[in-house]
Write a protein that binds this ligand. Structure first.
Ligand code: AMP
Length: 214
């Protein structure tokens, strides 16, 4: 099963993807996490991506698509995937269609995680992520079992540099200009299902699973 999660930064895509990964046993592929992994390891790709990420801009399409193509080549992606943060532009979406066609596969569901900008900006201030595995938490609404420590891997939780209010506002602008057109792109293919990004994690996960199981 191949799933795409669409939605603004901070809408809750990462949290939903992580829960769906546990339930469906297909990998959660987050392009932002792959860029951050490369950044941490100081690779050429990481150095290139940093200048864009710091400003809240998008990494060029060709670089991003090549990275996703590589990721699809790994064994765990053969049975399906949950794409989080990709595609983010129309050229990325058409390239994704091309990659899937080559593999004899197609997108089964696009979940649009709905959330309004004002509440996103508020929520992003309290967001914390695991330094190691990228799992997402919130200081008030999604606390880890032990303060500051990831439930999944035991590593430290940190605030992302690009989660500061000014960069968040830039990222939202980029979302509306470059990524929101994908909603119609996928609606035209009858693939879009809307879920509420401000429902509880259980509710949003169950609504996605109900759509898949019906
Ligand atoms: P995210 O973790 O999805 O919020 O992504 C963090 C940053 O990584 C974004 O603000 C972009 O700079 C970059 N990024 C992630 N995914 C993509 C993508 N599909 N295309 C271009 N840039 C991306």
């Amino acid at each position: 099963m191949n799933i795409v999660l669409l939605g603004a930064p901070g809408s809750g895509k990462g949290t939903l993807a992580s829960r769906l990964e546990e339930r469906l046993h297909i990998p959660h592929i987050a392009t932002g996490d792959i860029f951050r992994f490369n950044l941490k390891n100081n690779t050429e790709l990481g150095k290139l991506a940093k200048s864009y990420i710091d400003k809240g801009e998008l990494v060029p399409d060709d670089v991003t698509c090549n990275m996703v193509r590589d990721r699809f080549g790994k064994q765990d992606a053969k049975e399906g995937f949950i794409l989080d943060g990709f595609p983010r532009t129309i050229p990325q979406a058409t390239e994704l269609d091309k990659m899937l066609k080559e593999m004899g596969r197609k997108i089964d569901y696009v979940f649009l995680v709905q959330a309004d900008d004002e509440r996103i900006v508020k929520r992003m201030g309290g967001r914390r992520v695991c330094k190691n595995c990228g799992e997402v938490y919130h200081v008030e609404t999604l606390k880890p079992k032990v303060d500051g420590i990831c439930d999944k891997c035991g590593s430290e939780l940190v605030q992302r540099d690009d989660d500061n209010e000014n960069v968040v506002k830039d990222r939202l602008k980029v979302y509306h200009e470059q990524t929101a057109p994908l909603i119609d792109y996928y609606k035209n293919q009858n693939l879009v299902h809307e879920v509420d990004g401000f429902a509880t994690v259980e509710e949003v996960t169950n609504s996605a699973l109900n759509i898949i199981n019906r």
